[in-house]
Design a protein around this ligand. Structure first.
Ligand code: IMP
Length: 202
C-alpha cells in the first residue's frame, strides 16, 4: 500500500482522509506540524507549497490538501484565504455568523457557493500529481448541524432531495460527494490505473 505523510495539522482533514482512503492509501500524521506560509494565489500553488515543505523536511512522499469556500457574491474574501477569514474570531461558528451577516446586508446578493479541494501528491520533485474536487451549493441563513468542521454548518449542498440540510447534518453524504471525497476518488482512479498499467508491462 502506498504511504503518504499528511502535510497538515488539521485533525478534521486527517479524520476525513482516514475514511476516504480506507484500505487503499495509507495517510500518516507528521511527527510535527510545519508552519507553511500559504502565499500562493491558487489552491494548486498552496497545495504544492505545503506538500513540498513536508517532503523537503521529512524526505518521504507527502500529501497536501488545500481547500476553501468560494462565495459567488464575495469574490474578494474566502477562496484560497478561507482559513484566514475574520482572523479576529477564534471560533468557526463566529466566522460562519459573520459571513451570513455580510450576505444579509444585501438580500439580493447571490448565496451561491462552492467548496474546492486540491490534493497534491508529492512523491519526489519529479513526480507530483494534483487532483481537484468541488461541491456546489448555497450559504444558508443560520448554522445547522454539529458534524464536520469549518464552514460546514452554513453550506447547503445541491442535492436531489433539497431539504435544506447543511453539510454538518450530512456526514455520510459528505463522505461520498464532498469536494474532498471527489478529489480523493479521482486520485484513487488514477493510482489504480497506473498500477494496472505497471502490472500489464511485459
Ligand atoms: P487550508 O488549511 O488552507 O486548506 O484551509 C481550508 C479552509 O477552508 C479552512 O478555513 C476550512 O475551515 C475550510 N474548509 C476546507 N474544507 C472544508 C470542509 O470540508 N468543510 C468546511 N470547511 C472547510
Amino acid at each position: 500500500m502506498k504511504t503518504f505523510l499528511l502535510a497538515s495539522g488539521n485533525a478534521h482533514k486527517a479524520e476525513e482522509f482516514k475514511e476516504l482512503f480506507s484500505g487503499t492509501i495509507s495517510v500518516n500524521a507528521a511527527p510535527r506540524t510545519l508552519e507553511v506560509d500559504e502565499t500562493g494565489k491558487t489552491f494548486v500553488e498552496n497545495a504544492l507549497l505545503k506538500a513540498r515543505a513536508y517532503y523537503d523536511t521529512y524526505k518521504v512522499a507527502a500529501l497536501a490538501d488545500d481547500s476553501g469556500l468560494v462565495v459567488e457574491s464575495l469574490p474578494g474574501i474566502l477562496g484560497v484565504q478561507s482559513a484566514r477569514f475574520a482572523p479576529e474570531l477564534a471560533e468557526y461558528s463566529d466566522k460562519c455568523r459573520k459571513l451570513i451577516g455580510l450576505l444579509n446586508q444585501n438580500p439580493l446578493q447571490s448565496r451561491n457557493a462552492y467548496f474546492v479541494c486540491v490534493l497534491c501528491f508529492y512523491l519526489s520533485p519529479d513526480e507530483i500529481y494534483f487532483f481537484e474536487g468541488r461541491v456546489h451549493g448555497q450559504i444558508g441563513s443560520d448554522l445547522r448541524g454539529d458534524k464536520g468542521f469549518g464552514y460546514d454548518p452554513i453550506f447547503i449542498p445541491e442535492r436531489a432531495e433539497n431539504d435544506g440540510k447543511s453539510l454538518a447534518e450530512l456526514p455520510e453524504w459528505k463522505n461520498t460527494f464532498s469536494h474532498r471525497a471527489k478529489a480523493v476518488q479521482s486520485s484513487l482512479e488514477f493510482f489504480k490505473e497506473s498500477m494496472d498499467k505497471t502490472h500489464q508491462r511485459p
